[in-house]
Design a protein around this ligand. Structure first.
Ligand code: DOR
Ligand code: ZN
Length: 355
C-alpha cells in the first residue's frame, strides 16, 4: 500500500544552530517543503536582524548538503525556512513593523519564562505585553504560544489546562482578533478550546503526542527519550488529539516540535526535554493516522491546513510517497562530530516509511 502527498510543511521545528544544522536541516529538507523555525537558541532570535542572519546560516547549510547529496539535490532545493521572533519583555513595537515588512518572519513565539528549554529570557507577566499584542493584532502577526503556566505549585500534568483557563482566556478576550497558534497541544481541554474558538485560532499537533501517552514514559523503567514539554498526558488525552488531527478540521495542523538534544544530555540525572522526530516525521504521522483508519486525512493535515492558516500558498512541490512497509528506526544518529541523537522510537519498527 502507498499514499502520495504534496510535499508537506512543518509548522513547528527546532533546527538549533552551528554544526547541528547538518543533521536537522538534512532531515527536515528531505521531507518538508517549508518549516517554521523556533527561535529558542542560546542567543535567542529577538530581532529581525538576528532572524535574517539565522536564516542565512540555515540556507548555507542547505547549500552544503545539496553538494554532499547530489542525488537528492532536486528534493532538498525546495526547502524554505520560515522564521519566528522570540518574544521578550524588551521587544519594541517598532520591531513588529520590521517583522511584518521583512517577509521572512511568520510568527512571534511566546515562551513563559522558565517553561521549557532555553526559555529563561521569556515572559514573566503576559499582561505587561498588552501594547505588543495590540500591535500584533493590528498587523495580523501570528502569536505562537508555548501554552503552559510556570507556577511551581501547578502539577506538571495540569500546566497546559491552567494556561488555557487563565492566560489564553485573557489573551482571547482582550485581543479578540489576534491570530494565535496554540503549539504542540496535549490535552482534551486544548482541543475543546480550539474547536470553540474563532477560526483565527489554531493548533499544532506533534507526532509523538499522537503515538505515546504518559504510561509510555515509564514503560518498564524511565524513558528519557519520551520526555518533552508539554509532557505527554493520559491516554484519553492522546485519543482526543488523534481525533482532532484526523477530524479534517483545518484548525489542527502538523507541527513536529522535533527538538534534538545530545544523547548524554537526555540520558542524564537531569535529562533535557525534547524529542527528535525529524528523521522520519512523516512515517510517524502515517503510523498514527493509519492506527485509527484515517490515512486519507493526512494530506490536508500535513500539507493544506497550516498554509491556509498562515495565509501562505499551499505547497505545490513534488509528491512524497509513503509506503506501508517495515521501517527500523536506528538506535542513534550522528548529531555533531562528538554527539549522537536518539530519535523517537529508536530501535522500534514502524509500519510506514517515506520512499
Ligand atoms: O520538549 C521540548 N523541547 N519542548 C519545548 O518547548 C522546547 C523543546 C526544545 O527546544 O528542546
Ligand atoms: Zn517547540
Amino acid at each position: 500500500m502507498q499514499i502520495t502527498l504534496t510535499k508537506p510543511d512543518d509548522w513547528h521545528i527546532h533546527l538549533r544552530e552551528g554544526e547541528t544544522l547538518n543533521r536537522t536541516v538534512y532531515d527536515a529538507a528531505r521531507q518538508f517543503n517549508r518549516v517554521m523555525v523556533m527561535p529558542n537558541l542560546v542567543n535567542p532570535i529577538t530581532s529581525v536582524d538576528k532572524a535574517i542572519a539565522y536564516k542565512k546560516q540555515i540556507l548555507a547549510t542547505l547549500d552544503k548538503l545539496i553538494e554532499q547529496h547530489p542525488e537528492e539535490a532536486q528534493n532538498l532545493a525546495h526547502f524554505t525556512p520560515l522564521m519566528t521572533l522570540y518574544l521578550t519583555h524588551d521587544l519594541a513595537p517598532s520591531e513588529l513593523e520590521l517583522a511584518k515588512a521583512s517577509g521572512i518572519i511568520h510568527g512571534i513565539k511566546l515562551y513563559p519564562m522558565g517553561a521549557t528549554t532555553l526559555s529563561d529570557k521569556g515572559i514573566s507577566d503576559i499582561k505587561k505585553l498588552a501594547p505588543i499584542f495590540g500591535r500584533m493584532q493590528e498587523l495580523g502577526l501570528v502569536l505562537q504560544l508555548h501554552g503552559e503556566v510556570t507556577h511551581p505549585d501547578v502539577d506538571i500534568f495540569d500546566k497546559e489546562k491552567v494556561f488555557i483557563e487563565t492566560e489564553l482566556a485573557y489573551l482571547t478576550q482582550t485581543f479578540p482578533h489576534l491570530k494565535i497558534v496554540l503549539e504542540h497541544i496535549t490535552t482534551e481541554e486544548a482541543v475543546a478550546f480550539v474547536l470553540n474558538a474563532p477560526k483565527h485560532i489554531g493548533a499544532t499537533i506533534t507526532a509523538h503526542h499522537l503515538l505515546i501517552n504518559r504510561n509510555d514514559m515509564f514503560h518498564k523503567g524511565i524513558r528519557p527519550h519520551h520526555y518533552c514539554l508539554p509532557i505527554a498526558k493520559r491516554k484519553h488525552h492522546q485519543e482526543k488529539l488523534l481525533w482532532a488531527a484526523t477530524s479534517g478540521n483545518p484548525k489542527f495542523f502538523l507541527g513536529t516540535d522535533s527538538a534534538p538534544h545530545a544523547q548524554h544530555k537526555k540520558e542524564n540525572a537531569c535529562g533535557c526535554a525534547g524529542i527528535y522526530s525529524a528523521n522520519d516525521a512523516l512515517a510517524y504521522y502515517a503510523m498514527a493516522f493509519d492506527k485509527v483508519g484515517k490515512l486519507s486525512l493526512l494530506p490536508d493535515f500535513a500539507t493544506r491546513f497550516g498554509a491556509q492558516f498562515y495565509g501562505l500558498p499551499v505547497s505545490e512541490t513534488p509528491l512524497v510517497a509513503l509506503l506501508k512497509q517495515t521501517n527500523l528506526i536506528p538506535e542513534s544518529l550522528p548529531l555533531t562530530q562528538q554527539d549522537e541523537v536518539v530519535p523517537f522510537m529508536a530501535g522500534q519498527t514502524l509500519t510506514w516509511c517515506t520512499q
